[in-house]
Design a protein around this ligand. Structure first.
Ligand code: NAD
Ligand code: IPM
Ligand code: MN
Length: 364
């Protein structure tokens, strides 16, 4: 029995996570996927109500008892300092040392690819984003705040251990999944201290993977190439901030933020809890409209099944999502006429024929 913590969060988070839960429950009821769901009331509402962000007891229970967390999104205009979100989100990513933020960029159908002359075959790569350090480490401060002499600093923290393990995780993933190319992206021409470390580590690690073509591009050039010819990429490894930015660009290539999923894990500790979350945020402009695309969250559920050892369920759900998108049964962000719930209905309806007990009327 796998225990899964469920956190809707803010804005459209609870709306899309509700659909993810429907998929989880569907597979539990009809495919015997053994799951236990633990619904957690965390997010801006809770924070504004009683000041709770990410209690230690919850953190410890997730670390000890849960195989996965399904998180919607965090971010609410009523908490402009983002403090609840940082506690919860970074409390898991960094607190559980989930150093690999793995974001597949894969188009579900030709129609969703926005580039002229490109099809879904041209958009199929995976970004390994470092998830625990870099400019997200929170090292820095402000001096003489509010004066004309103000100074604001965020340090870019790059440790040998941190860089090496994410680069290694990217190569190991490429080898394990039969991919033949890994690209590392940095800005070592400008950030000569921090990113020169990435250069050296990349060179060292690649020597252990002679069958894999290793390539480097500066992050600005990578952005250009991703739009010009995305088909050249299979695995991209980069730091925390560049990984954040480049996966929004990747989301655009695959049809938008409504269809971009991610998992964060510790590649050295396979038993450690894994965090599944769409790449998108709380989308306040969509919250409450019933039009948020649930596909990113449904893809998270498919990834969750894969990572937790339910490979058949993962593939079955993926193909149902793919069929639904290809049929144009989508929310407006993908050009379709449906709402959040109806898209999930369409996905689940695609699963049904294969599993409902067949009518016995005309048999025998
Ligand atoms: P966003 O991802 O919430 O929205 C960007 C655009 O994408 C908007 O036009 C939105 O309508 C659209 N979009 C996003 N998800 C969609 C979906 N499922 N279906 C259809 N369209 C979708 O980014 P933002 O507006 O920059 O941020 C809003 C808030 O979310 C901020 O507080 C931000 O900090 C937070 N955020 C949180 C996370 C997270 O929790 N992992 C990720 C990104 C942003
Ligand atoms: C993401 C988000 C977060 C990040 C924000 C909300 C801190 O943009 O998950 O992509 O930058 O990691
Ligand atoms: Mn982001």
């Amino acid at each position: 029995m796998k225990r899964i913590a469920v956190i809707g969060g803010d804005g459209i988070g609870p709306e899309v996570v509700r659909e993810g839960v429907r998929a989880l429950e569907w597979f539990r009821a009809r495919r015997g996927v053994e799951l236990e769901l633990w619904h957690l009331d965390l997010g801006a509402e809770r924070y504004l109500r009683d000041g709770t962000t990410f209690p230690e007891a919850v953190r410890d229970a997730i670390a000890k008892d849960c195989a996965a967390v399904l998180l919607g999104a965090l971010g609410d205009a009523r908490v402009p300092g983002f403090e609840h979100a940082r506690d919860i989100l970074f409390g898991m990513r960094m607190g559980f040392d989930l150093y690999a933020n793995v974001r597949p960029v894969r188009a579900l159908s030709d129609q969703v690819v926005p580039l002229r002359g490109r099809t879904a075959r041209d958009v199929d790569f995976v970004v390994f984003r470092e998830n625990t350090e870099g400019l997200y480490a929170g090292v820095g401060g402000q001096l003489r705040r509010g004066t004309s002499d103000e100074i604001a600093i965020n340090e870019d923290i790059n440790t040998r251990k941190g860089v090496e393990r994410i680069v290694r995780a990217a190569f190991a993933f490429a080898r394990r999944t039969g991919r033949s190319r890994v690209l590392m992206s940095d800005k070592s021409n400008a950030m000569r201290h921090a990113h020169e470390l990435w250069q050296r580590v990349f060179h060292e690690v690649r020597c252990g993977y002679p069958e894999i073509e290793a390539r480097h591009l500066y992050i600005d050039a990578l952005c250009l190439e991703l739009v010009r010819n995305p088909g050249q990429f299979q695995v991209i490894v980069t730091n925390n901030l560049f990984g954040d930015i480049v996966t929004d660009l990747g989301a655009a290539l695959q049809g938008g933020l409504g269809v971009a999923a991610s998992v964060s894990y510790n590649a050295d500790l396979p038993e450690r809890v894994k965090l599944f979350e769409p790449v998108h945020g709380s989308a306040p402009n969509l919250a409450g409209t019933g039009l948020a695309n649930p596909v990113a969250t449904l893809l998270c559920v498919s990834m969750l099944f894969e990572e937790l050892g339910f490979g058949a369920a993962s593939r079955e759900l993926y193909h149902a999502i793919e069929g639904t998108v290809a049929a144009g049964e989508t929310t407006p962000d993908l050009g379709g006429p449906l709402g959040t719930v109806a898209v999930t209905d369409a996905v689940l309806a695609r699963l049904l024929p294969a599993c409902e007990p067949r009518s016995t009327k005309n048999s025998a």
